[in-house]
Design a protein around this ligand. Structure first.
Ligand code: FMN
Length: 194
């Protein structure tokens, strides 16, 4: 019998930067002993809905475009309304990550959108669980959670850099930490007696 928790990473990325984070989240899932399935939601026709239905946890990821989740990610959100109607994802764990060009970039709004979306599905939101980095005079601008957000992993990619270098390693590591945390939480949730 395999008790390995299944964690799906459902993401959109227009230009590859958020995809880098999706891969980092998946690495964190695998390192923590979970099984990761990465699902691009860009094309609604090819989304692996079965993998999402089977997952113990789903981690959502979107770039921040115009201060909100991207259009394709919102289309995915709307396409889950049939699942919502039957509350098919109820009691799965959920978490999120986003990425933008500016340090703030209003990406908190994307995280709020994702957490409300998860709540509509009666999922249980898992926070980042990494203390704020770089908030004092001796701070390291390359520390984990350098933007100091707690709802999820929030990365920043310089607008003039490709996904080969942006977002920087600290943001990739923050995303990896999120994947590990959700996996550990899913294991606890799986083992909890009712
Ligand atoms: C249509 C569009 C809107 C954007 N809006 C914002 C924004 O509101 N705030 C911000 O900081 N960056 C914004 N950006 C920059 C992206 O968030 C940034 O380039 C990000 O790395 C793109 O991720 P991706 O390569 O996964 O698509 C925007 C980019 C595009 C293309």
């Amino acid at each position: 019998m395999s008790d390995q928790v299944k964690v799906a990473v459902a993401y959109h990325s227009g230009y590859g930067h958020t995809e880098v984070l999706a891969n980092a989240v998946a690495a964190g899932i695998e390192n923590a002993g979970g099984s990761a399935t990465i699902i691009s939601v860009a094309d609604l026709e090819t989304i692996n809905w079965d993998a999402l239905a089977e997952a113990d946890a789903i981690i959502f990821g979107s770039p921040t475009y115009m201060g909100s989740v991207s259009g394709p990610f919102k289309c995915f959100m709307d396409a889950t309304s049939k699942v919502w109607y039957t509350q098919g994802w109820k009691d799965k764990l959920a978490a999120g990550f986003t990425n933008s060009g500016s340090l703030s970039g209003d990406k908190l709004n994307s995280m709020i959108q994702m957490s409300v979306f998860a709540a509509q599905h009666s999922m249980l939101w898992v926070s980042l669980g990494v203390m704020n980095g770089n908030n004092n005079s001796k701070g390291d601008p390359q520390s984990l959670n350098r933007v100091g957000g707690y709802l999820g992993a929030m990365a920043t990619s310089n607008a003039d850099e490709g996904p080969d270098v942006a977002p920087p390693q600290c943001d990739r590591d923050t995303a990896q930490a999120l994947g590990a945390r959700v996996t550990t939480a899913a294991k606890r949730w799986q083992q909890a007696s009712l």
